[in-house]
Design a protein around this ligand. Sequence first.
Ligand code: AMP
Length: 281
Amino acid sequence: MLIFKQIKDLQKHLKSVANQGQTIGFVPTMGALHKGHISLIKKSKKESDCTVCSIFVNPTQFNDPKDFEKYPSTIEEDILKLSAVKCDILFLPSVKEMYPDGTGNKRKIDFGSLAKVLEGEHRPGHFDGMAQVVERLLRIVKPDLLFMGLKDYQQQLIVSKLIEKRKLKVKLIALETMREKDGLAMSSRNVRLDKKARKLAVEISKTLLGAKREIRNTEYEILKIQERALQRLQSFKGIEVEYFEVRNAKTLMPPEKKFEKLIALTAVKIGGVRLIDNLKL
Ligand code: AMP
């Protein structure tokens, strides 16, 4: 695997890759890689000729400075994991390399209500920072295919809108959430859970699954199902619920009609660690 820290070196190499008619698949990450990330790399390897993974803990998307400071970094292990699945290129830029003119954002995109609800409401500025770095990365790497996880459901909807609004020539492929055996969605933040918090964290996916089961077996009583799920999560001492919402899977607005595609999305804090998850209903 080739490792690049400088944009110009990466671009020089990628130009020769593209000139040979090879397609480029791209997996942007913030590192502390787990099987969820690796599933994206594997898919990219299948679908494209050259796979680029980036590891960059983007400061502009952290609304909470403590969350940024505590974000896990396991670069040596990450390199081993990427090499093991034969990732072709790792892009490992510094903050200065990504933001040579500082982290100010003069080209904010209006994503409308999509970026104002759920994560947008609870993490002010998060999506502006995320879109800022994803656009920069896409303009640097110029991939044919972009691989992202449905674990960050709202994020991939916003990136899809970013691609459309900026008329970028890349196809977004969103992949299923990889889970631990007990159902907990894999996340870099899981390593920060202590034993007690890890045990409690299983209740997130259990509650989502419970809501899914209820929707299948009952009439269209979404608000009641949402309320019951919220109360269930809140009943655990040690789980601080930010939201549990059933929404339209395309717009993320509260559902209005029967037979809309629905998704349940939740964010909680357990032992000081913020976790998100979702499930299509
Ligand atoms: P992150 O490093 O958390 O920014 O994630 C990088 C990419 O991996 C994003 O597209 C995430 O949606 C995706 N991802 C994170 N966790 C999982 C998971 N458990 N399963 C599949 N993809 C994931």
